[in-house]
Design a protein around this ligand. Structure first.
Ligand SMILES: C[S@@+](CC[C@H](N)C(=O)[O-])C[C@H]1O[C@@H](n2cnc3c(N)ncnc32)[C@H](O)[C@@H]1O
Length: 268
């Protein structure tokens, strides 16, 4: 894994932090912090930390007597995270191969990364290995697309106006909507007292166009789907009708998002 982010990757990481974190991800951190029972002095690991919103929240609680580590496989995310909060130990690496000793962390948190892991069982098994006996885990995954209708609307625009492959790229984050599947993964590797709570939070984008454009320019290229400027303009116009129902008076796009919060223990 190349440890240095290119300028383009850094810009993408900063862009994620500037747009998606306040719009979608920030409201969820409290559920993970509460679910994992983060306390002052704790040694916390955030797996798939992105630009670090959850790790920063953990740091604000664990304080100077604790230690927070964030790991992510995207160099641009790690570079952006490091710019914002140097007091967290940011590590470029993969969830499937955590480069930490056994039984190191008081708790492990992971917010909206699990759907992207190439080997979810390996990642869960690594979390089990790295957490202390009695330690607590909290993991967030998006509920199914039927329960996240605003993204369902964008997907239908992509299916119709771009391609099914483009729609599939946006279906991926919602692929672990069956909470039994997630529970089964953590149960299989040895976690106990597993609970799943389904919660709703509000997402707020500056406008529906900002939201769709970010997917067209930022997300689809990760799946090798590159649209011309003409096509982007066309898709944005077509998406206006479908997404107008989320427009607030301010012009912002406001809609509910639904996710499962799984918590579990490593037995003593
Ligand atoms: C939707 S973002 C969530 C980031 C962050 N947890 C947050 O709430 O803002 C998903 C993150 O998972 C990371 N990711 C995907 N696969 C990964 C893997 N196998 N190991 C580590 N990180 C991974 C991506 O790089 C990305 O930063």
């Amino acid at each position: 894994m190349n440890s240095t982010a290119t300028q383009e990757e850094l810009v993408a990481g900063r862009g994620y932090e500037a747009l998606f974190v306040p719009a979608v991800f920030q409201p969820w951190t409290r559920h993970l912090i509460d679910g994992a029972g983060v306390k002052e002095g704790f040694h916390v690991l955030d797996v798939a930390c992105g630009s670090g919103v959850l790790a920063r929240h953990a740091l604000s609680i664990s304080g100077t007597s604790g230690r927070v580590v964030g790991i992510d496989s995207a160099p641009g995310m790690i570079a952006a995270a490091r710019e914002i909060e140097p007091a967290v130990d940011w590590i470029l690496g993969s969830a499937e191969e955590l480069r930490f000793g056994d039984s190191v962390f008081d708790c492990i948190v992971s917010q909206f990364g699990m759907m992207f892991f190439s080997d979810r069982h390996a990642a869960a098994s690594e979390m089990f290995r790295a957490i202390k006996p009695g330690g607590r885990l909290a993991v967030a995954v998006w509920n199914s697309i039927e329960n996240n209708p605003a993204y369902g609307d964008i997907i239908s625009v992509l299916d119709e106006q771009v391609s099914i492959a483009a729609g599939d790229a946006l279906r991926l984050p919602y692929s672990l909507g069956d909470s039994k599947e997630v529970t089964g993964i953590f149960d299989h590797v040895g976690f106990t007292d597993i609970t799943v709570e389904t919660k709703t939070e509000q997402a707020t984008f500056p406008s529906s166009r900002t939201m769709v454009e970010a997917e067209l320019r930022g997300w689809l290229p990760l799946f090798d789907i590159h649209l011309t400027e003409e096509k982007i303009a066309d898709v944005l116009v077509k998406s206006d009708g479908k997404l107008s129902k989320y427009a607030a008076q301010s012009g912002e796009a406001v809609f509910p998002t639904s996710a499962h919060i799984l918590t579990a223990h490593k037995p003593q």
